[in-house]
Design a protein around this ligand. Structure first.
Ligand SMILES: [Zn+2]
Length: 74
């Protein structure tokens, strides 16, 4: 039962360099703030990322947290 709290999952986002800081309109908060990001999900042990289990690219808004998958992201 104690071990239940030692494992978790965390995602890490990093802006894609090839879009050079380009911002896109966010339909949820109406700001020009959505970024193209690479998202890595890790299984964590004691809050330390150990095993990556998914990887994808998405549009992410740092203001409201809205995120969408965009098929046009290369
Ligand atoms: Zn937003």
């Amino acid at each position: 039962m104690f071990f239940f709290f030692l494992f978790g999952a965390k995602s890490f986002k990093k802006e894609l360099k090839q879009y050079d800081g380009k911002r896109v309109y966010c339909p949820r908060c109406h700001n020009i703030s959505m970024q193209y990001v690479r998202n890595w999900n890790f299984i964590t042990v004691f809050f330390v990322p150990i095993i990556p289990f998914s990887f994808y690219k998405e549009l992410y808004c740092p203001i409201c947290g809205n995120h969408t998958m965009d098929a046009n992201i290369v």
